[in-house]
Design a protein around this ligand. Structure first.
Ligand SMILES: Cc1cc2nc3c(=O)[nH]c(=O)nc-3n(C[C@H](O)[C@H](O)[C@H](O)COP(=O)(O)OP(=O)(O)OC[C@H]3O[C@@H](n4cnc5c(N)ncnc54)[C@H](O)[C@@H]3O)c2cc1C
Ligand code: FES
Length: 496
């Protein structure tokens, strides 16, 4: 059984009936998260015929497992950008996020989506954190954000101060997704769930091949968080980052704002209104997907930390999710290949997709409709930005190469197909033909599938929290039965 987010528990989705696909649209959007649904809605409002093709159900990706803070103060994100790019780009990024946040606030208010206005804080645990938060504060002020400094934020543990931005907000991400999908449908968007796009070829029209049929479009927007198409090599420009969230019932108010630490341990805090008071959401303990021994231990780390600082907190939900962190620190929204506007991509939101995903949607829909937003230059997919992440890019790709070798060597420690693993466990072993086989036992059922990732051949690793097979190279994830959970893979693990 995979973990369920607080939001998924509050908004259970109906089973998706078997889908069929054929048809032709002005624009087909692949992916029904915040980015894809917002893009579809904007284009439909402008008179385009639009379809959204979603592999599982709307909100099933990172959006439905997010902590859904909508803020232009984003930990130390401006510092990361400022290290690599000139002030002009930092300002464009801030403007994009302010526009994304403002659009979302208007949408929530017009369509009855509850949003709670909160101050956002980046706080320090110690002197390094204070220095990082002060640096972020200086850059934010330079970029036009009216931040202030707070010596003692209202938290039940010692901090070294915090930078604060008022009038930000938080939502229930699946309440938002339902409203976006409802509005998109009301404007004529066809949303087809349970359709996995496997290939996108040609131009004018572009042809999308899925597991249940094909479709054509003048323009395709790939809003799958990490692009499912290898052309453009976006999978090599980002690092897949998994992190963990736990919701707790508390006696008394949880926290009065949306907090993120600037130093270790990385901790995110917010409240979530509940019928009988409010819940405390604690996030953190992140790592690169597929590169930690025990994801379950990461959840335990969050539980232990919360027990120490919020002793009355009682756990209600625990879950994990992943986002993609680009090596040059800027999101992207633009053509998959330079000079070819028939396939556009968006992603690389570094765990800030509620403002960035909407900004990407505004940028892409503007582009399709023939306009240009000045701040959208910060989101360019091709240009000099890429060069500014050169050293980080080289390091990330060297790590991927190392992981490729390591992932193939790891099963050598467990030769032969011996006894099946215990309940909830999984192991990769070489079979008698020398092929790595992923063997797991969940719900009393033993399953054997190929351990070779269908994307580019990494060997997957068992995730003992989500009971999934995770690839340490570019973050594809698969269920115990081999079904794709997260991209860039578009096909499941083969039969073992
Ligand atoms: C733990 C965590 C906490 C976060 N907290 C915040 C926060 O507080 N504030 C904030 O702004 N951001 C936050 N983020 C980031 C934010 O949630 C994401 O950036 C954002 O949700 C990404 O939205 P998306 O629509 O681009 O992608 P997704 O929501 O992942 O949607 C992509 C969709 O594409 C579908 N798909 C994939 N492959 C295919 C295919 N081949 N065919 C058809 N469909 C396909 C998937 O099923 C999925 O539904 C957080 C991220 C994490 C991991
Ligand atoms: S995700 Fe690329 S090889 Fe597995």
């Amino acid at each position: 059984m995979t973990l369920q987010s607080l939001w998924e528990a509050r908004h259970p989705h109906s089973p998706v009936p078997p889908a069929e696909l054929s048809g032709s649209w002005d624009v087909v959007v692949v992916g029904g998260g915040i980015t894809g649904l917002t893009t579809a809605l904007l284009l439909a409002r402008a008179g385009k015929s639009v379809a959204v093709l979603e592999a599982r159900h709307v909100g099933a990706g990172t959006t439905g497992r997010s902590t859904a803070k909508v803020s232009a103060l984003q930990g130390t994100q401006l510092t990361s950008i400022s290290r690599r790019h000139p002030d002009r780009v930092v300002e464009q990024y801030v403007r994009a996020n302010l526009e994304g946040g403002a659009w979302l606030a208007r949408f929530c208010d017009e369509h009855g989506v509850d949003r709670q206005v909160r101050a956002a804080y980046t706080f320090g645990f110690g002197s390094r954190g204070a220095a990082a938060a002060r640096r972020e504060s200086r850059i934010a002020l330079r970029a036009g954000l009216p931040v202030t400094w707070v010596d003692e934020p209202d938290l039940p543990f010692e901090t070294s101060g915090a930078v604060r931005l008022d009038e930000q907000f938080q939502v229930d991400p699946l309440e938002l997704v339902e409203a976006l999908a409802g509005q998109a449908r009301a404007h004529g968007v066809t949303i087809v769930e349970g359709v996995r796009v496997r290939r996108v070829n040609g131009s004018d029209p572009v042809r999308l091949v899925t597991d249940v049929g094909a479709a054509t479009a003048h323009t395709v927007v790939v809003a799958t968080n990490t692009p499912i198409l290898d052309r453009g090599a976006f999978f090599a420009r980002v690092s897949p980052a998994r992190s963990y969230s736990v919701a707790f019932r508390t006696t008394g108010p949880a926290v009065d704002g949306m907090y993120l630490s600037a130093d270790s341990p990385s901790r995110s805090l917010r409240d979530a209104p509940a019928d009988d008071g409010s819940l405390l959401l604690v996030g953190g303990a992140g790592h690169t997907t597929g590169r930690t021994g025990s994801p379950a231990a990461r959840l335990d780390e969050l539980r232990a930390w919360t027990a120490e600082h919020f002793p009355n907190a009682v756990e209600s939900h625990a879950w994990s999710a992943q986002d993609y962190v680009p090596h040059h620190a800027l999101p992207y929204a633009g053509p998959l290949l330079p000079g070819h506007d028939e396939i556009l991509v968006a992603g690389g939101f570094s765990k800030w997709g509620f403002t960035n995903g909407v900004a990407a949607a505004l940028a892409l829909s503007g582009r399709i409709l023939g306009g240009h937003l000045e701040w959208a230059d910060a989101f360019r997919t091709w240009g000099t930005h890429e060069l500014r992440g050169g050293i980080d890019s080289a390091r990330m790709n060297a790590e991927v190469g190392f992981e490729m070798t390591r992932s193939w060597l790891r099963p050598l420690a467990r030769p032969g197909l011996g006894a099946a693993p215990a309940e909830g466990e999984g192991e990769v072993r070489f079979d008698h033909l020398g092929a790595p086989t992923a063997i797991s036992r969940t719900g009393g059922v033993e399953r054997r599938v190929s351990a070779v990732c269908s994307h580019l051949g990494g060997v997957v690793r068992w995730n003992d929290a989500e009971r999934s097979w995770d690839c340490p190279l570019h973050g594809s994830r698969f269920g115990a039965d081999g079904e794709v959970l997260d991209g860039p893979a578009t096909c499941g693990l083969g039969t073992g």
